[in-house]
Design a protein around this ligand. Structure first.
Ligand code: PLP
Length: 437
């Protein structure tokens, strides 16, 4: 029996025969509760400025257009041996070629995954297990400022599977010292994982130099390029990496899809078993529309890299310059120039991140404390603690990340509002400031 939704009203056609009035009422309640719970409407006259592009980006309408036919027309299972399956498979292979062209690698070196977290897990677990099986050793190297998808994976390998790990120190900007890295490599070191650019402070690591030291010592080098993608070169030969992780939703592609580059010849044990999809390295029916979207988003990001980066830098520098000039207790975190073009991050002395984000949200500005995953957590940022900040300051972070649609007037409004909000909060001791639920 047909049910037509129109706004909040569920109209039931006259041919309703099977559903009782109670069931119909239940559906009406479910629809309105869903809407109430999951979608908060805002006054359409209110300002809405999105400065949280490191958390996620909107899907580019051109990407969405490219994806749509693969939901409704080319819907075959890419493993099926018929017309529908072949068309889906062709689209996936074309997407693999597109991504390989950006990374300057062979298409077969690209494996599709469900996102950055899965790519990181597969790279680290897979390479560490494969090397261990071959009797090459169990020592892993990483940094203390990695995303949890790297850090917690290595923690688990160490805690539960007998791997040994070295967590290198970082300096006040978040840089790993190549000499420390060289000194940590030893017989039995198999895999190192150091992120390309940090999600909380935007710092760009000297990946080329670190990868070269890894290779001098017979160590495989993985980099989490989730934040760097769409802003920095992903040429894997130039970088010299063996494994590199990507996630679609950070560069105007869809969520829930990513890729892992695995250099030809590098052995990886699958972390997810089942069918023989993705060269047997990642079981599970491939998600054709998302893979097509991932490739189209990456293609556009690199086709437009120069103009996008110039725009990011203009508005990002305007943001950093005005905040530092107008808000006395604001300090930039991370490095002044060796940072992602779209990334700005600060600590505001005596201002709790949670309170700041809450009040900015009330004024129509979407920002985040450190990283999206940490927002709402009362814990200080572990990244800032690793950089040597006190626990008090490490709880006072603000990350503002710009995007293709950010306008200079958005920055003016943000800085003006931020100055007012900070002034109001500074009157209250940090312990009395509202904490984000
Ligand atoms: C540096 C970094 N690595 C990995 C991830 C996880 O990516 P995904 O959300 O696609 O699982 C993120 C997400 O924010 C990230 O910033």
């Amino acid at each position: 029996m047909p049910i037509h939704r129109c706004g909040d009203v569920v109209a039931v056609s006259a041919v309703a025969t099977n559903l009782t009035v109670v069931t119909i009422l239940r559906l009406v309640v479910m629809q309105s509760t869903k809407r109430f719970l999951f979608h908060q409407e805002r006054d359409c006259t209110m300002t809405n400025i999105y400065l949280d592009h490191s958390a996620t980006t909107p899907v580019d309408p051109r990407v969405l257009q490219a994806m749509i036919p693969y939901f409704t027309e080319v819907y075959g299972n890419a493993s099926s041996a018929h017309y529908f399956g072949r068309n889906a498979e062709n689209a996936i292979e074309e997407a693999r070629e597109t991504i390989a062209a950006v990374l300057q690698c062979k298409p077969k070196e690209i494996i599709f995954t469900s996102g950055g977290s899965e790519s990181d897990n597969l790279a680290i677990r897979g390479a560490a297990w494969a090397a261990h099986t071959k009797g090459k050793g169990t020592h892993l190297i990483t940094s203390p400022i990695e995303h949890g998808a790297v850090g917690k994976t290595i923690d688990q390998l160490a805690a539960q599977q007998g791997f040994e790990r070295t967590i290198l120190p970082v300096d006040q900007y978040g840089f790993v010292n190549p000499d420390d890295f060289r000194a940590a490599c030893k017989p039995g070191t198999t895999v190192a994982s150091i992120m390309y650019a940090n999600n909380e402070i935007g710092t760009i690591q000297p990946i080329k130099e670190l990868a070269s030291i890894a290779h001098e010592n017979g160590v495989l080098f993985h980099t989490d390029a989730v934040q760097a993608a769409g802003q920095l070169s992903l040429d894997v030969n130039e970088l010299g990496v063996d494994l590199l992780s990507l996630s679609g939703h950070k560069f105007y592609g869809p969520k829930g899809v990513g890729a892992l580059y695995i250099r030809d010849g590098v052995e990886v044990t699958p972390a997810q078993t089942g069918g023989s999809h993705e060269r047997g390295l990642r079981a599970g029916t491939q998600n054709t529309p998302l893979i097509v979207g991932l490739a189209e988003a990456l293609r556009l990001a690199y086709e437009e890299l120069e103009t996008r980066t110039a725009h990011y830098k203009t508005v990002r520098d305007q943001l950093i310059g005005s905040i530092i000039a107008n808000i006395p207790n604001a300090h930039l975190t991370g490095h002044g120039s060796k940072r992602l073009p779209a990334h700005a991050s600060f600590v505001f002395e005596n201002i709790q991140s949670g309170a700041l984000i809450h009040l900015l949200d009330d004024e129509g500005i979407a920002a985040s404390a450190a990283s999206a995953c940490k927002t709402g957590s009362p814990e200080p940022s572990s990244v800032l603690l690793a950089l040597g900040y006190s626990r008090e300051l490490a709880a006072c972070t603000l990350r503002l990340t710009v995007g293709v649609q950010t306008k200079p007037q958005d920055i003016d409004y943000t800085v003006k509002t931020l100055a007012t909000v900070v002034k109001s909060l500074i009157q209250q001791p940090a312990s009395a400031q509202p904490v984000l639920a």
